[in-house]
Design a protein around this ligand. Structure first.
Ligand code: GLU
Length: 315
């Protein structure tokens, strides 16, 4: 049986911090330990925030940690026609519909209970419009183009996550194409992961709630449904996602403090129990016996700026 290929998909909107780097390391180890390929994807759909210099810096950091990848990175900004084909396939099966709802309207409508849908989910306001209803909404929107949403009919999906266990989700009618014509994250990820033949998605736990939507959409589009492993995050001391305000949290910051890339990599591995604290194991040493299951039952790592690269206490 073919080994599952893995990937890392950074958004080039800033420098990778230690949490991002740890996720990349874990994704690489998971792919390579199984003998699979490791692919990169540049998630630059957000043209306003994506910068070539961030992308270059991110790739340089991955290389400095010894992480290599197969083939050229796939760039989401160059993939509009693949995404449009997928939306077209959904449209041909009447599985998408235009939606003129504004954010404020959705907030208001979503605050009322809607069956099994989770809080904040799109309640389906535009799903049942007939031609006259659509025309009225279009007129009322004064020429503002609609977003396109999938018809998910509150499908119940369970994703068996290799780290988190079962992730249950009720899929709402999420956006696949925005009003401004750009394609939405959930659609792009599913189309790209299939294109890159990704069999195993390893990424941060902040994206776990997206997995049911993505697994559902991949199934509906007849694409491969990868296995998922959502790995623990690194949080700032305040419990929020790690960020610049937390101090020396990038590889460049750590190097400026005199640490080598190998030491940082060792600290990243140690912070999830894959190496003893203070060790700087080689990638081969880390690969030997690597098992995603060892990350189970591990909460997020809380960053402690006073205690070395990532010697932070767990939980
Ligand atoms: N680009 C996303 C991020 O940096 C990751 C998307 C994914 O792994 O599916 O958070």
């Amino acid at each position: 049986m073919a080994q599952p290929d893995g990937r890392y998909a950074p958004s080039p909107t800033g420098a990778l911090h230690l949490g991002n780097l740890r996720t990349a390391l874990l994704a690489w180890l998971a792919a390579r330990a199984g003998g699979g390929r490791f692919r990169l994807r540049i998630d630059d759909l957000d043209a306003g925030r994506s910068r070539p210099e961030h992308e270059a810096g991110q790739l340089a950091d991955l290389r400095a940690l010894g992480l290599d990848w197969d083939g050229e990175p796939l760039r989401q900004s160059a993939r509009a026609s693949a995404y449009a084909t997928a939306v077209g396939a959904l449209e041909a099966r009447q599985l998408v519909y235009p939606c003129w709802c504004t954010r404020a309207e959705i907030r208001e409508a979503a605050s009322a209970p809607h069956g099994d849908l989770p809080e904040g989910a799109y309640p389906g306001t535009c799903a049942a419009l007939d031609a006259a209803g659509r025309a009225a909404r279009e007129r009322a929107a004064g020429g503002r183009p609609p977003a396109w949403r999938v018809r998910a009919a509150a499908a119940e999906v369970v994703v068996e996550d290799l780290v988190l266990g079962p992730i249950r989700g009720v899929v709402d009618d999420f956006v696949v194409r925005r009003g401004d014509g750009t394609h939405a994250y959930n659609l792009a990820v599913v189309v790209d992961d299939d294109d890159q033949e990704i069999g195993q998605v390893v990424r941060g736990a902040d994206l776990a709630s997206s997995a049911p939507r993505q697994a559902w959409l991949a199934g509906v589009l007849g694409l491969r449904v990868p296995s998922y492993a959502h790995v623990p995050l690194v949080l700032g001391a305040d419990g929020r996602r790690l960020a610049k305000r937390d101090g020396a949290v990038t590889l460049a910051d750590r190097r400026a403090l005199g640490e080598s890339a190998e030491q940082v990599r060792g600290a990243l591995a140690a912070s999830v129990g894959l190496a003893p604290p203070g060790a700087a194991p080689s990638l081969d040493e880390l690969l030997a016996g690597f098992d995603l299951a060892r990350l189970r039952d591990r909460g997020p790592t809380v960053w402690n700026p006073g205690s070395g690269p990532l010697a932070a206490g767990r939980r």
